[in-house]
Design a binder for this molecule. Structure first.
Ligand code: DQA
Length: 147
């Protein structure tokens, strides 16, 4: 069965209570549930994880790359700081779509640079939880139309 790994980085476990004016009121569990429903419709196996540790993301990206499983990645603040994530994506040849709930380009200047974007297939930012669903469509929409 086709699969997708949706990986979430630091502080995304706080969604729902974290800066709701920026990130909205949906919890990470709400987002997981919406993605699980869409994946079930698509016939895609969903692996959904969150960690506050950079090394976990490195390991999970390497595993997805080795398994040929596409990744939807919200690396949180590590987006803007992690050469290790850049190297993990490049080194494992993982197919990664970078997502953000907020429009990082409309925020502080330190959020304008991403170490993920140069090694990502594409970037979706600014649509709240819909960013994740749009990434899923980007990965699998063509497949659906063909079947
Ligand atoms: C974020 C944007 C990042 O700049 C921030 O550090 C996050 C969340 C987003 O989803 O909008 O933790 O990735």
């Amino acid at each position: 069965m086709t699969a997708v790994h949706i990986l979430n980085g630091p502080n995304l476990n706080l969604l729902g209570s974290r800066e709701p004016a920026i990130y909205g009121s949906a919890t990470l569990e709400d987002i997981r549930a919406a993605l699980a429903e869409r994946c079930a419709n698509l016939g895609v196996e969903l692996v959904f994880k969150q960690t506050n540790f950079e090394g976990d993301l490195v390991t999970w990206i390497q595993e997805a790359g080795a398994g040929g499983v596409p990744v939807i990645l919200n690396a949180g603040a590590l987006t803007h700081s992690s050469i290790a994530l850049y190297d993990a994506i490049k080194g494992s040849q993982a197919e990664v779509i970078e997502v953000h709930l907020s429009n990082v380009h409309a925020r502080e200047s330190f959020r304008h640079h991403s170490y993920i974007s140069p090694v990502a297939r594409g970037v979706i930012a600014g649509f709240g939880p819909l960013s994740y669903l749009l990434a899923l469509e980007a990965l699998f929409a063509n497949t659906i139309r063909k079947t």
